[in-house]
Design a protein around this ligand. Structure first.
Ligand code: ZN
Ligand code: ZN
Length: 370
């Protein structure tokens, strides 16, 4: 698999710099997280120690806690301004800022997920310029994935297929939601995942809560079980949902399952470059509305996926953004009947010239466990 090289990073920085120039932004500051990894090729573990990537039209500087400096040097050639625990970050931050030689700091763009204490340090050191969120620059960063990124997302999706298989196998009367979640978690870790993002197992009436947290409920005959899992593999994320029924499902459940499956298929079939994100949501929603489930589909159809589990593009009504080749997102229609059951079928697709290519490969037929 190709790695993310310096050329790719340079391209990303030039996209950001063009957007900064358009919005009169002199410095962009990014904290440890997915955006730092995207723009620097590395991101250290996020904690309370001040760590900032500072970007101007022509320069880059890193403020780094001293304990992480050696590791940064093995990943990047960026100029580092380090600080030790006992001295605090102020001197390093001021040195980094003055190295950037910005004559007059008019506007500062900050990473949308930056900790408040990092921002307060920045405000103090820069004298309080106008601050705007990085997202407001509208730079098309991370939206369309490169072939190297798509290869990583494909590998992550294949890994999620295998972990889902393990979770489905673990489903049987008498085991808890937490035990099924553990089966998925273990499969991910033994398969080489960086870490597990979430293992959501919702059984029986819990399956009617779209974001139920797996607990100690014991699976029993008559339960619908929604399994929604995802992990990070080589920094890129996976996300897949399948449904298991313990014992023979009643006709009302089967009818709803068929409708959700058709909604998933219709939305994936509607994907192609040039159509809007909203039209994909519409394609899924139309199927569920026609089947009489308009009131039960209570969330958007999907979300972008990449370095983050949830990122643009948002596949929902009102988002008139046209789809482009290389965008990767989830298609996850669902229906929820409070007190009874829920159903959601989620796949990850990449937009190609000829339509959607589905990265998740696991069979979508309902799994019935005796
Ligand atoms: Zn999911
Ligand atoms: Zn999802």
């Amino acid at each position: 698999m190709r790695s993310i090289g310096p050329t790719e990073i340079e391209q990303r920085l030039s996209i950001l710099r063009a957007a900064m120039a358009n919005s009169n932004v002199d410095i962009t500051a990014v904290a440890p997280g997915d955006m730092m990894y995207y723009l620097a090729g590395y991101a250290s573990y996020p904690d309370e120690r001040l760590c900032l990537l500072l970007i101007t039209a022509h320069q880059v500087a890193m403020v780094v806690p001293a304990l992480n400096a050696a590791e940064w040097q093995t990943h990047t050639a960026l100029p580092l301004y380090t600080w030790a625990d006992a001295e605090g970050p102020h001197t390093a931050l001021r040195a980094a800022l003055s190295s950037l030689a910005v004559a007059q700091l008019r506007r500062l763009a900050v990473d949308d997920e930056m900790r408040a204490d990092f921002l307060l340090h920045l405000m103090e050191a820069t004298g309080g310029p106008e601050v705007i969120p990085l997202a407001a620059l509208g730079a098309p960063l991370r939206l369309c994935k490169s072939p190297a990124e798509i290869a990583r997302l494909q590998a992550a999706a294949a890994q999620a297929d295998r972990a889902m298989q393990a979770a489905i196998e673990a489903c049987q009367p008498g085991v808890t939601e937490a035990q099924v979640a553990w089966a998925a978690e273990q499969a991910f870790r033994l398969d080489g995942a960086d870490y597990v993002c979430f293992t959501l197992v919702a059984s029986g009436p819990n399956s009617a809560f779209p974001h139920h947290r797996s607990g100690q409920r014991v699976l029993q005959r008559g339960d619908a079980v929604i399994i929604d899992i995802g992990a990070s593999l080589d920094h890129y994320k996976s996300d897949i949902t399948r449904v298991v029924h313990i014992g023979e499902p009643p006709p009302a459940f089967l009818r709803a399952y068929e409708a959700v499956l058709r909604a998933n298929e219709a939305a994936r079939a509607a994907v192609k470059p040039g159509v809007t994100a909203a039209s994909i949501d519409r394609a899924a929603r139309a199927v569920l509305e026609a089947a009489g489930y308009a009131e039960q589909f209570i969330h958007r159809t999907g979300h972008g996926l990449g370095l983050s589990v949830h990122e643009p593009p948002w596949i929902m009504a009102g988002n008139e953004q046209p789809l482009e080749e290389g965008m990767v997102f989830s298609i996850e229609p669902g229906v929820y009947f409070p007190g009874q059951f829920g159903i959601r079928i989620e796949d990850i697709v990449v937009v190609t010239a000829s339509g959607a290519h589905t990265l998740t490969g696991l069979d979508r037929q309902l799994v019935v466990k005796a």
